[in-house]
Design a protein around this ligand. Structure first.
Ligand code: MLT
Length: 334
């Protein structure tokens, strides 16, 4: 009798445990724009690991790589209405929904990983996170640091603005980036990220820009030959959660998600520090030719900052905001 009693109690207890666990257990779906080996994936993996650890195994998340869940811009819409939990995407693909984050894509504002960490993790980052919740219905919970966006093309080495003329360059659907190429004298082709590899492969476009890590993860060396080390944008790729999904979590789970996001941000900076040089070497081994812009990029910098910065002061929150950003990274005001 005793054994039977124990056995049935154990079954009852475990049933209670399982049902409580199941009611709370979450498996968040995370859309990822890039493929395996990308810094986006590194952030995602670190987030999942931290989430599992911090929740004592109660919660997990699954990454859907390579734009399987839609273009990066589409995932913002999906998260806003709560049909997608989370997405990791380039900040330039959030800007159309929340213009103040555009400050991160203004050419030659962020000049190092340290600048990027300061801006995203300090008061400016906090303010932009709040704006994004309000404007786009998504909350930034982690930051990916992917490095400078380098120009690639299939046609010729480019070291000057003059070399760029005649090339058809794909850009994200982002006004700041479109205007930057216009300042350099060409009219770029806006195209969703999920269509870019095919665009390069079929020759609809000759080139594009993205960091070494992304170029490598996406195997762009198969369809691109020349890399120019421009530094006009330091790529920042947030992990966003649907605000609706976030608000449905208990206070404790919200904190767990935020803490897992912090851990993922730290892991991302480490990934870049550890891997960028190694990944650049892979591109060379794959046959890419990498060159530096002439005169320390002077002409690219002058044309872009003079034409583009003033045009976007209003959309990023005014010239005072621009100066607050510059002050935070130790730069002179405009
Ligand atoms: C883009 O160029 O649209 C993005 O930077 C791509 C990415 O998410 O890596």
């Amino acid at each position: 009798y005793f054994t039977r009693f124990m056995a049935s109690t154990a079954i009852a207890l475990s049933a209670t445990f399982i049902s409580v666990g199941m009611a709370d257990a979450k498996n968040f779906k995370i859309a990822v724009g890039d493929s395996g080996g990308s810094s986006q994936e590194a952030t995602g993996v670190a987030f999942v690991q931290a989430l599992e650890e911090l929740s004592g195994g109660a919660h997990t998340a699954t990454l859907f790589l390579n734009g399987q869940l839609g273009s990066e811009q589409d995932t913002v819409n999906e998260a806003a209405i709560g049909t997608l939990d989370m997405s990791i995407l380039a900040i330039n693909n959030v800007t159309p929904f929340s213009p103040t984050v555009g400050v991160f894509s203004l050419p030659y504002v962020i000049l190092s990983l340290e600048d990027a960490e300061k801006l995203t993790q300090g008061p400016i980052g906090q303010e932009l996170t709040e704006n994004t919740i309000e404007d786009a219905g998504v909350r930034i919970i982690a930051w990916t640091y992917t490095g400078f966006r380098r120009l690639t093309n299939s046609k010729k080495p480019v070291t000057s603005v003059a070399d760029l003329q005649g090339l058809v360059i794909r850009v994200p659907k982002n006004e700041i980036m479109i205007d930057t190429y216009k300042a350099w004298g060409i009219s770029p082709t806006p195209m969703a990220w999920s269509e870019t590899f095919a665009g390069l492969q079929t020759g609809v476009v000759d080139g594009q820009d993205n960091p070494y890590t992304t170029i490598n993860a996406m195997k762009f060396y198969e369809v691109q030959k020349y890399v120019t080390n421009i530094r006009y944008i330091f790529s920042i790729e947030p992990l966003i959660i649907s605000e609706q999904v976030f608000q449905e979590l208990s206070a404790e789970d919200q904190q767990t998600v935020l803490d897992a996001g912090k851990a993922a941000t730290a892991a991302s900076a480490q990934f870049l520090r550890d891997k960028e040089a190694e990944i650049k070497q892979i591109l060379l081994d794959e046959g890419m030719e990498i060159s530096d812009p002439e005169n320390n990029e002077e002409e690219f910098i002058k044309l872009a900052t003079e034409a583009v910065w003033p045009k976007f002061y209003d959309s990023i929150g005014g010239i005072e905001k621009m100066n607050a950003v510059l002050a935070e990274i130790g730069r002179a005001p405009v």
